[in-house]
Structure formats: C-alpha cells, structure tokens
Design a binder for this molecule. Structure first.
Ligand SMILES: NC(=O)c1ccc[n+]([C@@H]2O[C@H](COP(=O)([O-])OP(=O)(O)OC[C@H]3O[C@@H](n4cnc5c(N)ncnc54)[C@H](OP(=O)(O)O)[C@@H]3O)[C@@H](O)[C@H]2O)c1
Length: 294
C-alpha cells in the first residue's frame, strides 16, 4: 500500500497513526481484517470491512478455510468504488500440504516444494487479481528444518522479484525454530502470526525476541480464546470507565504492546468498534494492570 492518507468519504478518514512501518519498510495497519471461514459471504464482508475503514486484509491460499478468490472479487468491487489496490495491505499465505484439504490442493502436491510455493503464489495472484502482495506468510512450519528453509527460500525468490513485499511465518510456537529461520534467511521475517492464548503463555518469550528483531506479532483467537480476560474485573472496569466494550479494551491493550490483532467479525457494529478501539487512550498503569492478567 502506498497512499499515506486515504480519505474514502466524509465519514471515514484513515489516520496515519493507525499504521506501523515494518522492518521491511511496509506500511501495515494496526488491525487486520481476517477472511477465514466466510465462504460465500466473503466478498460482501470484505467490502463492508474496507468501507468501514479496514485497510489490511488477511487471507490464505487454502481453499479449505479461505475463499481467496472471493477476496479478489471484493477488491474488484472496491476498486470500482474508488478504493485502489495500492491503498490496501493484502496478506496471503503459503499453506503446506499438511494444512490442505487432500481433495482441493491449490498446487501440484507431487511437485518439489519450490514449485509448490510458486504455483500457490500464482493462484493467489489470480484469485486476488493482483500482481503483488504486501505480505506473504508461511502458514505453519515444516519439518525437518531443511523443508522449512526450502519453502522460505522460494518465498524469498518472490520477494526478490518484487511480488511479495515482506515475508512472515505463522503458527510457530518454538522459539528455536524461529531463531534458526531468522539466522538462515536473507529476507528476515517481518511478521509472526500466532494464536494468542494462555496455553502458549501468550508467547511472552517469543514476543520479546520478536520485538528485539523488529518482527511484528499478529494475534488471532484474541477474543475467542480469552473469555476469562474479557470477563475479568480489570477489563470490565476499564470498559465501564472508557465507555467501550471489553473487546475494544483488549484490542487496544494488544496494540499498546505492538501486537497487530486480526478480527474476522461478521458484524458491522463490531467492525466499527474494532477500528475505534485504536483511539482509546489508557494510562500506562492501566496497560500494566491488563498485562498482569496474562
Ligand atoms: N494463521 C492461522 O492459522 C489462523 C488461524 C485462525 C485465524 N486466522 C486469521 O485470523 C482471523 C480472525 O480469526 P479468529 O480466530 O481470531 O476469530 P474471528 O473469526 O475474528 O472470530 C471472532 C469472534 O468473536 C466475536 N466477536 C464478538 N465481539 C466482537 C468484536 N467486538 N469484534 C470482533 N469480534 C467479536 C465474533 O462474532 P461476530 O462475527 O458476531 O462479531 C466472532 O465470533 C481469521 O479470519 C484469519 O484471517 C489465522
């Protein structure tokens, strides 16, 4: 995305402070709209989300969970409405074989990994009707490590050609794997997209390390895995104080920790609430109080 300040209509102005610049120099929104599990509703919801003010869209070349071609249809509609491709941050993923539906694999499963990545990316380009993506993420680590590095190398080739502006990895809960990837790569990962939940200790150590390397942590399951946080007296009290919802307080907390949450809400009210959460200003002590719950 290139536009520094994109005014869609009189009601919606996308503010400069709603973006961060990643270690690859890419302008990434502080909250992303996720498109998993939306099936035939995908196009309509993506159009609504962008019209509400979202500028970042997360998808994957994984037909089992994402109707990526319907995201592309939404981009076409948005373009006709004057919202250009380059004003949006589009992120897709390469999903290894283990994460695909065996009856609907978007590449030749018998081809070498290098070819699988190239074929998957070509499918994403065609689905999304775009030449480049702002962010290309490896959906989950492969084992052994040599396979992971082979796939990442193919992703680096796409970066070299200017087709994937930044790279990342997802579902990586083992810091040693992340460190090895970082050490062995030419194009350092810019994002880590992980499940934000108590079973992983909220990835505290991983997040600290990511911060030290300028890797931005993107969270999913932020609301669904954390009803105990949303119901905690601390968050309930802060929601009352700031006249916001508990979900908004948690999203703002995540942002204060330089975490970029994903939301896949299907509700237009929640879309607006999620975007408006960025503007909440709590005190450092209040952020600390929430931090103690994790
Ligand atoms: N890398 C991976 O393996 C992976 C895995 C899972 C997800 N993801 C990505 O992350 C995205 C988000 O998925 P998710 O698992 O975090 O859950 P989600 O799809 O965002 O679901 C959130 C749930 O919380 C509800 N909700 C209630 N209040 C809300 C509010 N104020 N704002 C937003 N939602 C509210 C939503 O209901 P309403 O619809 O009624 O608002 C929805 O049922 C996915 O679409 C996908 O792009 C990636």
């Amino acid at each position: 995305m290139h536009d520094r300040n994109n005014s869609i209509n009189e009601d919606i102005t996308v503010n400069e402070q709603d973006f961060i610049i990643t270690n690859a120099g890419i302008k990434m929104p502080k909250i992303l709209y996720g498109t998993a599990w939306k099936k035939e509703k995908t196009t309509d919801l993506v159009v609504k989300a962008v019209e509400a003010g979202f500028r970042g869209i997360d998808t994957a070349c994984q037909p089992k969970h994402y109707a990526q071609e319907r995201v592309g249809d939404a981009l076409k509609i948005l373009n006709k409405k004057g919202i250009r491709r380059d004003s949006l941050f589009i992120q897709t993923k390469f999903t290894p074989l283990a994460g695909q539906d065996p009856n609907n694999i978007p590449y030749d499963k018998n081809a070498p990994l290098l070819v699988q990545v190239a074929q998957s990316f070509a499918r994403s380009q065609s689905d999304l009707q775009t030449q480049y993506v702002d962010s290309l993420v490896l959906h989950s680590p492969l084992f052994p490590m040599s396979h992971l590095l082979e796939v990442y190398n193919a992703m680096q080739n796409l970066h070299d050609k200017g087709l994937a502006m930044q790279l990342g990895i997802s579902n990586c809960y083992d810091l040693s794997v992340l460190k090895r990837l970082y050490e062995e790569s030419r194009v350092k990962p810019s994002v880590l997209q992980n499940r934000f939940y108590s079973e992983s200790g909220y990835d505290k150590e991983i997040r600290r390390w990511c911060k030290s390397k300028g890797i931005i942590y993107q969270s999913f399951w932020s609301l669904t895995a954390n009803p105990h946080l949303l119901e905690s007296p601390t968050i309930v009290q802060l929601a009352l104080k700031y006249k916001k919802t508990e979900a908004q307080i948690l999203f703002k907390y995540l942002n204060s920790q330089e975490i970029v949450p994903l939301t896949g809400t299907a509700s237009q009210t929640h879309m607006m609430e999620d975007l408006n959460a960025l503007a909440i200003e709590m005190s450092p002590e209040e952020y600390d109080q929430i931090g103690k719950l994790l």
